[in-house]
Design a protein around this ligand. Sequence first.
Ligand SMILES: *[C@@H]1O[C@H](CO)[C@@H](O)[C@H](O)[C@H]1NC(C)=O
Ligand SMILES: *[C@@H]1O[C@H](CO)[C@@H](O)[C@H](O)[C@H]1NC(C)=O
Ligand SMILES: *[C@@H]1O[C@H](CO)[C@@H](O)[C@H](O)[C@H]1NC(C)=O
Length: 249
Amino acid sequence: MVNSSRLHLLFFFFIIATACKGAASLVSSTEFTIQNSCNFTIWPGFLTGNGGAQLKYGGFTLSRGTSVGVTLPAGWSGRIWGRTGCKFDESGAGRCLTGGCGNKLICAGAGGVPPVTLAEFTIGNGGAKHFYGVSLVDGYNVQMGITTRGGSGDCQNIGCVADLNRRCPKELRVMDRGNVVACKSACEAFGKPEYCCTGAFNKPETCPPTNYSRIFKRACPKAYSYAYDGASSSFTCANANYSIIFCPR
Ligand SMILES: *[C@@H]1O[C@H](CO)[C@@H](O)[C@H](O)[C@H]1NC(C)=O
Ligand SMILES: *[C@@H]1O[C@H](CO)[C@@H](O)[C@H](O)[C@H]1NC(C)=O
Ligand SMILES: *[C@@H]1O[C@H](CO)[C@@H](O)[C@H](O)[C@H]1NC(C)=O
């Protein structure tokens, strides 16, 4: 009697598991693998756009040499960045040298303070194209790469793999104890319309690259170097999974 009901139960679970597997393969889910290849800890921040739920509470700790997987809800859009030099207490309160989101580990909807390297994604619903890019429009703090797995279309591996802190012009540097820890955008450093693409410079035609954005572009050709750095910095792919790698080699 006991054995037979166990068998029934097992069979029941088998049916459920098979049904779930079938359903899962119909809906194509998108997965991020967030990997820290730096030789120091990174505290990734996640910011969901369009009012969606924050993933991983918007921030977490990623030790050197480790990675985590995150499954995205369909239609997700948002950004990911890396915080460096953070110290948090047991309650998750603390500060970061770069990219902090308001003195807490869990960003919960707050963005990173520039200068910060940003990965930006718009995941299409169903089989629609995904848009992705790495932006230095808000400056640079850490090397970041995006690689695609599977998928169809252009699907390039992109990012800002060069160490821009080493090439940062003096007037853009953010220093800590004698080290360059981040590199401001010219817009942030000087606030001038020609660097921020504001005022008379508020169109692509009237806001050409500057001597500063060119330094960013030369170091990282597959990243946005300023607000109107267009077609060469936005990438598309459909039905792929992505790795977001800090300090790719
Ligand atoms: C990390 O790597 C850099 C550059 O290769 C090196 O200068 C530094 O000493 C390393 N730091 C640690 C903690 O291993
Ligand atoms: C993406 O990852 C999910 C979950 O691991 C997997 O089911 C799916 O087949 C992967 N897609 C591609 C294109 O590799
Ligand atoms: C960029 O151009 C500005 C204005 O012409 C000049 O003051 C500045 O020194 C230049 N900086 C670099 C890094 O070339």
